[in-house]
Write a protein that binds this ligand. Structure first.
Ligand SMILES: CC(C)(COP(=O)(O)OP(=O)(O)OC[C@H]1O[C@@H](n2cnc3c(N)ncnc32)[C@H](O)[C@@H]1OP(=O)(O)O)[C@@H](O)C(=O)NCCC(=O)NCCS
Length: 154
């Protein structure tokens, strides 16, 4: 990984089952088609899923989170979002750096991230971490937009 990834400017912790409602609320603020509490509960109950929560300081409520799924020696980020009011403060980067640390410890070799081609924030974020575009999925999103697939060697 490259860039300013050595420091964690935010608090990152593993999510608990009780975090499901806040994760659904954050997702609804960040995406048009949000994942509801039932969906969050499913992710929180699957051993292969890692759900990490970020906030700007220890006592603050969740301000962003990611969900990743690991299989064999690969993993993928299923979703990543930060509340609009807390963006550009390093929360997403802290989430991904923490994820990478955990995946490395468990022997994962490669992390995949998909992003809509017009999502400048996520494109900038993934590139800043050293991820490389390795492919495209035409029409991947429900509204027809293409996805770019990024890969990060761990
Ligand atoms: C993408 C998203 C998660 C980034 O969260 P964030 O906490 O604001 O990101 P960070 O503050 O950690 O940014 C880290 C780096 O990413 C890049 N970046 C972040 N936002 C950016 C933007 N709007 N434009 C360009 N680059 C951006 C920059 O390189 C930034 O480093 P810098 O601030 O030192 O320049 C957030 O914008 C978001 O939740 N968007 C809506 C949901 C979404 O699109 N999720 C991703 C696809 S699943």
């Amino acid at each position: 990984m490259t860039g300013s990834t050595q420091t964690l400017p935010a608090m990152v912790r593993m999510a608990l089952p009780s975090d499901g409602p806040s994760l659904a609320a954050i997702h609804a603020r960040c995406f048009g088609r949000a994942w509801d509490e039932a969906a969050m509960a499913q992710f929180l109950g699957v051993p292969s899923c890692l759900v990490l929560i970020a906030s700007s300081h220890e006592d603050a409520p969740a301000q962003g989170f990611l969900i990743a799924r690991a299989a064999s020696d690969e993993a993928e980020v299923l979703t990543l979002c930060v509340l609009p009011a807390y963006r550009r403060q390093g929360l997403a980067r802290a989430l991904l750096v923490s994820l990478v640390q955990k995946l490395r410890r468990s022997g994962t070799q490669r992390l995949f991230l998909e992003v809509e081609e017009s999502n400048d924030a996520a494109l900038g974020l993934y590139r800043s971490l050293g991820a490389e575009a390795v492919g495209r999925r035409p029409g991947y999103y429900e509204h027809g937009a293409d996805a770019t697939i990024f890969s990060l060697a761990l």
